[in-house]
Design a protein around this ligand. Structure first.
Ligand SMILES: Cc1cc2nc3c(=O)[nH]c(=O)nc-3n(C[C@H](O)[C@H](O)[C@H](O)COP(=O)(O)OP(=O)(O)OC[C@H]3O[C@@H](n4cnc5c(N)ncnc54)[C@H](O)[C@@H]3O)c2cc1C
Length: 436
C-alpha cells in the first residue's frame, strides 16, 4: 500500500463508507474507463458537491473526454441544510440525492473507495483492487475529522456524541438523541479549537438556533449551552440578537474566556464534559464539532501542506502535483469559506481549466462566489456572501455582504424563501441530468 499506513487507510475508509463498502467496478465499465477516449481521461474522486459538479461540467462541455467518478456511497445526503433536519424543519429524505442522472449523463460511476495515488503511473488504486488510469485527476473528498483536539473524543465516542458534520447517519443520530431525551435535560454543543477553519463555520451557530427551536417547541424545560473554544465569533451580534429574541433563558453561549479554552475532555460512557477549569458538566445530549483537515485521500496522495491542499488560484490545480486538481473543502483556497456554494463555484473554474488543458479550449478568467443562508427560527433567516477573483498567489476577496441586526420580519422571511430556493437550485444543478 503506497504512501499510506494501514491505520490511516482503515480510518479513512470507515469514515467515508460507515463500514458499508459498495461493490466494485464491473469489468465492462473498467474496460470503458481504460480506453483513453479521444479527449483523454479524467478521474474525479468524491461524489459530493465539488466532484459531481466538475464531472458534469467536463462531460457536458467536452463529451470526448472520458470522465470517471469514484464514490463509495450509493446516494449523497447533503450536510448543507442538515441542521434544518436536526431542528425538525425538513426530512432526511429531502437531503438525499441519487446518482442515477450522473450515470445517464455518460459519466462512469465507480462505487468504490480510492485508497492511494500512483503518481508515476498516473493511476488511482481502489479498495476493490482496481486501478484507474488518468490524464488529469480531480480530488474533492470533503474533510476528514481531527478527533485529537478533545481528549476522549473518537469515532466510537461520536456514536454517542455525534458531530453530524459528515454524512446523513450522523445527522440522524443527533436528531434521534434530541427526540429521545427527556424534557429538562441539558444539550451541549461543543465547538473544538480550530473548527472555524473547517467547513461552513456559521453552521455551528445555525445548529444551535435550530436545536433551541426544537427544545422551545417540544422540551421547553431543557437548556442548550454552546461551549465555544473561541472568545468571539463572526456575525456574533446577528446570532445573539435572535437568540435573545427567540430563545431567552434556553440558549446560552459560553466563551472560551469563561471555560479557560472550552471543553478539553469528554467521556461518552458517563456523558460527561470537562472544561479548561476542570469543571465537570453532565449532558443529556452532546454534539461536538471537531477540527477538520483535508479528506484522507488528499493527505495520502501527498498534495497537502499542513492540513489543506495548496492550489493555484486561477485553476485550482494542485501546487504540488501538476496533473491533480483539488477543490471544495480540501483545497486551501485563500479567503474562500469551505461551503457547498464555494465548491460549486470552484467546479466551473476547475472544469474549464481541465477542458482548456486537455481539449485545447479557451480558459476563462477565474471568478468565484459564495452565498450562505442561516436559519434562526421559523421564517427567519440571515445571509452572507462574497465574490472573489484569482490573485497571483491566492483567491482574493472582491466584495461581500451580510444581513444586519434589526432587519424587519418581511426581509427575514424573504431571505428564508431565498434559502429554500437556493437548496432546490443547487441540488438540481448538481444531481439532475441537465444544468451543468
Ligand atoms: C451542518 C452543516 C451545514 C452546512 N450548511 C451549508 C450551507 O448552508 N451552505 C453551504 O454552501 N455549505 C454548507 N455546508 C458545507 C458543505 O456541506 C460543504 O462545504 C460541501 O459539501 C463541500 O463539498 P465537497 O465536494 O468538498 O465535499 P462533500 O460534499 O462532502 O463530498 C465529498 C465526497 O467524497 C467522498 N469521498 C471521500 N473520500 C473518498 C475516497 N477516498 N474515495 C472516494 N470517495 C471519497 C465522500 O463519500 C463524499 O461523498 C454545511 C456543512 C455542514 C457540516
Amino acid at each position: 500500500m503506497s504512501g499510506v499506513s494501514r491505520r490511516q487507510f482503515n480510518q479513512g475508509l470507515a469514515a467515508v463508507t460507515g463500514g458499508m463498502l459498495a461493490t466494485t467496478l464491473p469489468a465492462t465499465k473498467a474496460w470503458a474507463q481504460k480506453r483513453a477516449g479521444k479527449g483523454g481521461r479524467v478521474v474525479v474522486i468524491g461524489g459530493g458537491v465539488g466532484g459531481v459538479s466538475v464531472a458534469k461540467i467536463i462531460r457536458q462541455k467536452a463529451p470526448k473526454i472520458n470522465v470517471t467518478l469514484v464514490e463509495p456511497r450509493k446516494s449523497y445526503t447533503s450536510c448543507f441544510f442538515s441542521n434544518h433536519y436536526v431542528g425538525g424543519f425538513r426530512s432526511i429524505e429531502s437531503l438525499k440525492h441519487s446518482y442515477s442522472a450522473i450515470k445517464s449523463a455518460g459519466i462512469i460511476m465507480v462505487h468504490d473507495y480510492a485508497v492511494s495515488i500512483d503518481h508515476d503511473k498516473k493511476q488511482v488504486l481502489l479498495h476493490g483492487g482496481e486501478r484507474l488510469p488518468y490524464d488529469r485527476l480531480v480530488l474533492s473528498p470533503g474533510v476528514s475529522l481531527d478527533y485529537d483536539q478533545i481528549e476522549g473524543y473518537s469515532r466510537e465516542a461520536a456514536m454517542v456524541m455525534p458531530h453530524a458534520w459528515q454524512f446523513g447517519e450522523q445527522s440522524r443520530l443527533l436528531r434521534d438523541s434530541l427526540l429521545d431525551m427527556e424534557d429538562g435535560g441539558l444539550v451541549s454543543l461543543v465547538i473544538a479549537k480550530g473548527a472555524e477553519n473547517g467547513r461552513s463555520p456559521y453552521a455551528a451557530y445555525e445548529r444551535a438556533s435550530l436545536i433551541a427551536h426544537y427544545l422551545k417547541s417540544y422540551k421547553p424545560a431543557s437548556k442548550l449551552i454552546i461551549f465555544d473554544a473561541k472568545p468571539k465569533f463572526r456575525l456574533q451580534s446577528l446570532y445573539q440578537e435572535s437568540w435573545k429574541k427567540y430563545y431567552p433563558g434556553l440558549l446560552e453561549w459560553v466563551s472560551s474566556d469563561t471555560t479557560n479554552g472550552g471543553i478539553m475532555r469528554v467521556d461518552h460512557n458517563t456523558k460527561t464534559l470537562v472544561d479548561g477549569n476542570g469543571q465537570e458538566i453532565k449532558s443529556a445530549v452532546t454534539t461536538i464539532i471537531p477540527k477538520q483537515k483535508a479528506g484522507q485521500i488528499a493527505l495520502t496522495a501527498g498534495v497537502t501542506e499542513g492540513d489543506w491542499c495548496p492550489v493555484k488560484p486561477g485553476s485550482f490545480r494542485s501546487a504540488l502535483h501538476k496533473d491533480i486538481y483539488v477543490l471544495g473543502d480540501s483545497a486551501q483556497n485563500g479567503n474562500m469559506p469551505r461551503t457547498a456554494s464555494a465548491a460549486h463555484s470552484q467546479a466551473r473554474v476547475v472544469g474549464n481549466s481541465i477542458i482548456a488543458d486537455l481539449a485545447n479550449k479557451k480558459r476563462f478568467p477565474a471568478r468565484f462566489t459564495n452565498t450562505c443562508w442561516s436559519l434562526l427560527s421559523t421564517n427567519d433567516a440571515i445571509k452572507f456572501g462574497s465574490s472573489f477573483r484569482a490573485g497571483k498567489t491566492e483567491v482574493k476577496l472582491t466584495g461581500s455582504f451580510a444581513s444586519t441586526p434589526g432587519e424587519d420580519r418581511a426581509v427575514r422571511q424573504k431571505t428564508y424563501k431565498e434559502a429554500q430556493d437556493w437548496y432546490k437550485t443547487i441540488s438540481s444543478d448538481i444531481f439532475s441530468k441537465s444544468n451543468a
